[in-house]
Write a protein that binds this ligand. Structure first.
Ligand code: FPP
Length: 245
C-alpha cells in the first residue's frame, strides 16, 4: 500500500513521468453529475499525484491539463477548467509555506496566446515563487499541443537562420529540443494514460518518441497513488533499448 511517509522503493525510477488526465467527463456522467464536477475531482487527483511524485523522488512530472484542441468544448466547460487551474494557482500562493516542504517547482508549457491575462499573471507569479524548489519540477501543460510546439520551434529556428544567427547545417535533434517548452528537461521516460484510451493525443509528441507507455481503464478522478505504483512497477520491468539491441 502507499504510505506517504514511506513511499515504496523501486529498483529503477523514471526521471520524468507524463500524465494524460483523461476520463473526467465519463466519471461525472456515470455519477449523473455535470462534466465540470469530473474536472473538479480530477484537479484534486492532480494535486495528490503531483505531491506523491515528489515523495517518490521523481524529478519531473508533466500533467496535460488543456490541449490546443480543447477550445472546441462548450464555453462553460472551458471556463470551468480554467477556473480550476486558477484556483490551484491561488492555493499555491496562499499555501506557499506548505509548498516549501513539498518542494514543488511549477512550470508551464503551452502557447500563452489565448490564456487570459489574469491566469498568465498567476502562472508567472507562481513560477517565480517556486523557482528555487528542487524536489520535483511540475509542468502543467495548458493550451498545449505537441505539433504546435514543434511548428513554433521550427518557426523560431527558421527566423534565426534567416538572420544568419543559426547555421542551417548545425540544426540537429538537440537544437530542436532546445526550442521546445521543455528545453533543458529530460524526455519523459514514462507516459501514463488512464480512461481506456490508447493514444497520445498530441501530448509531448517530440519528447515522447522513446517513452514507455502505460494505459489503464481507470478514470482519472479514480486514479490513486497505488495505480501510480502499479505503473512504476510495470516500468521497472521494461527493457528500454532506444533502437539498440
Ligand atoms: C480530459 O478528460 C480532461 C481535461 C480535458 C481537463 C483536465 C483538467 C483538470 C484535471 C483540472 C484542471 C487542471 C489543473 C491543473 C488544476 P475528459 O473531459 O476528456 O473526459 P472524458 O473523455 O471522459 O469526456
Amino acid at each position: 500500500m502507499s504510505d506517504k511517509k514511506n513511499p515504496p522503493e523501486f529498483s529503477v525510477l523514471p526521471r520524468h513521468v507524463g500524465f494524460i488526465m483523461d476520463g473526467n467527463g465519463r466519471w461525472a456522467k456515470k455519477k449523473g453529475l455535470p462534466r465540470s464536477e469530473g474536472h473538479k475531482e480530477g484537479a484534486k487527483v492532480f494535486r495528490k499525484i503531483g505531491e506523491y511524485a515528489a515523495d517518490l523522488g521523481i524529478e519531473y512530472v508533466t500533467f496535460y491539463a488543456f490541449s490546443t484542441e480543447n477550445w472546441k468544448r462548450p464555453e462553460a466547460e472551458v471556463n470551468a477548467i480554467m477556473e480550476l487551474f486558477g484556483d490551484y494557482l491561488n492555493e499555491v500562493i496562499e499555501r506557499i509555506r506548505e509548498n516549501d516542504e513539498k518542494g514543488i517547482r511549477l512550470n508551464f508549457i503551452g502557447d500563452r496566446k489565448g490564456i487570459s491575462p489574469e491566469l498568465l499573471g498567476l502562472m508567472d507569479y507562481t513560477h517565480k515563487l517556486t523557482e528555487d524548489k528542487s524536489k520535483v519540477t511540475l509542468n502543467i501543460a495548458v493550451n498545449y499541443g505537441g505539433r504546435h510546439e514543434i511548428a513554433s520551434a521550427v518557426k523560431e529556428i527558421a527566423k534565426k537562420a534567416a538572420h544568419g544567427e543559426i547555421n542551417p547545417d548545425s540544426i540537429d535533434e538537440s537544437v530542436i529540443s532546445d526550442y521546445l517548452y521543455t528545453a533543458g528537461q529530460p524526455d519523459p521516460d514514462l507516459i501514463i494514460r488512464p480512461s481506456g484510451e490508447y493514444r497520445l493525443s498530441n501530448f509531448l509528441t517530440w519528447q515522447g518518441a522513446y517513452s514507455e507507455l502505460w494505459f489503464s481503464d481507470i478514470l482519472w478522478p479514480d486514479f490513486t497513488e497505488e495505480n501510480f505504483n502499479e505503473a512504476l512497477r510495470a516500468y521497472e520491468k521494461r527493457n528500454r533499448r532506444f533502437g539498440g539491441v
